[in-house]
Design a protein around this ligand. Structure first.
Ligand code: DHB
Length: 389
């Protein structure tokens, strides 16, 4: 198979790139080791920045987000048993949308299918070759047939355990890691909404996040030990932990059967540069943020938007300028999001064994945010997505 752009990974980043390229008349082939069903069933985060929503709608992927997603004009920060609303709309004139990542994937997969895009799910034996020349992707399709894709460029959108990233020689990259002394326990529960907006709670028992999925299904998280095993937690133990962290002063969680539970990985990671020869990395393949602040998907979508512009410019004018600056331009936002996710995490979580000073300082930090219009606006601008590129 010969194509212009080979894409490894059919998550939201890979499919969005393939879609944006198709709209510019650029041909791509997307190769994915998971089945479409498997990706659809993976529970991921649910907050889209306004820029992400605009790209989905304006590029013609789907406007389902506007019809079925929920616009959120603010969040609540809860500490010392009291809630403080951060009013995004009033502070920075923007909103976010609660619309699960799996729905973003379904919209993209449906659009690519309707447009005749070449997306190969459930492939095996993938390998990539000649990244510094004309890249090749080898794979075996679901029927057992072997293929070689030859492309001008290869894009690795193959997630945090990226195969593509690992092909970059050690001498040609720098990697940045940060580990945290906790993880998140995530649940889906059958219950009515406990609140209309998200609640990010700091408590002496640790962080909790109250999110939603629908009228009848809710999404919640709480800080836990990274070695925690989800199977050790029955419903009562989960609800007791959440109650301790958020109930009080007239607020009470609406409880119900836990439908799914999982311990989520929690770390910060950046691989630079996001290009090696004719290989470009985008999304989780190049960077991971902790989930506090919901930046992961939004960063991935921003990466591929920049990359699509660079590829369009190359194919229409032969200019490599935007491709050459892709890594720097993408990393500008990546590091802002790394900082924001780290900051939200450190402000809201309890560090095991932290001393009294650290705890009192943290409450001082929270008060300095909620008691100041500038503090609130700083959070609101970052949460809803920084303007520009
Ligand atoms: C959700 C996840 C997040 O990490 C976050 O910051 C907000 C919402 C969610 O899954 O709904």
């Amino acid at each position: 198979i010969t194509t212009q752009v080979a894409i490894m990974g059919a998550g939201p980043a890979g499919l969005m790139l393939s879609h944006l390229l198709a709209q510019q008349g650029i041909d791509s082939v997307v190769v994915e080791i998971r089945s479409r069903r498997q990706i659809e069933e993976t529970v991921r985060a649910g907050i889209l920045e306004h820029g992400t929503v605009n790209l989905l709608v304006d590029s013609g992927v789907s406007d389902r987000v506007l019809r079925e997603g929920d616009r959120h004009d603010g969040i609540e920060l809860r500490f010392n048993g009291e809630s403080h609303r951060i009013d995004f709309k009033e502070l920075v004139g923007e909103s976010v949308w609660l619309y699960p990542q799996t729905d973003v994937f379904m919209d993209l997969a449906a659009r690519r299918e309707a447009d005749g895009g070449d997306v190969r799910y459930s492939v095996t034996d993938t390998s990539v070759h000649e990244l510094e020349g004309k890249p090749k992707v080898w794979f075996t399709d679901a029927d057992g047939q072997e293929f070689e894709v030859e492309a001008d460029f290869l894009v690795g959108t193959d997630g945090s355990r990226s195969h593509c990233r690992r092909q970059v020689p050690e001498s040609a990259r720098t990697q940045y890691f940060h580990e945290y002394p906790f993880a998140w326990f995530g649940i889906l529960a059958e219950a009515p909404r406990s609140a209309e907006e998200l609640i990010y709670a700091n408590s002496e028992h640790g962080f909790a996040l109250i999110s939603q999925r629908s009228e009848t299904v809710q999404r919640m998280y709480f800080q836990c030990d990274p070695t925690e095993n989800a199977a050790d937690w029955d419903d009562e133990r989960i609800w007791a932990e959440l109650r301790k962290r958020v109930n009080g002063n007239g607020f009470e969680l609406k409880e119900g059967p836990v439908l799914e539970k999982m311990v989520l990985p929690f770390r910060s990671f950046v691989h630079t540069p996001m290009r090696h020869g004719n290989l470009f990395l985008a999304g989780d393949a190049a960077h991971t943020v902790p989930p506090t602040g919901a930046k992961g998907l939004n960063l991935a979508i921003n990466d591929v938007r920049l990359l699509a512009e660079g590829l369009e410019s190359f194919y229409s004018s032969g200019s490599t300028g935007l491709l050459d600056s892709y890594s720097d331009r993408a990393l500008d936002r990546v590091w802002k999001a790394q900082h924001f996710s780290y900051w939200m995490t450190s402000m809201l979580h309890t560090v095991p064994g932290a001393d009294d000073f650290s705890r009192a300082r943290q409450l001082g930090e929270l008060r300095s945010v909620v008691s100041s219009r500038h503090g609130q606006a700083y959070l609101a601008e970052a949460y809803t997505g920084w303007p520009g590129r």
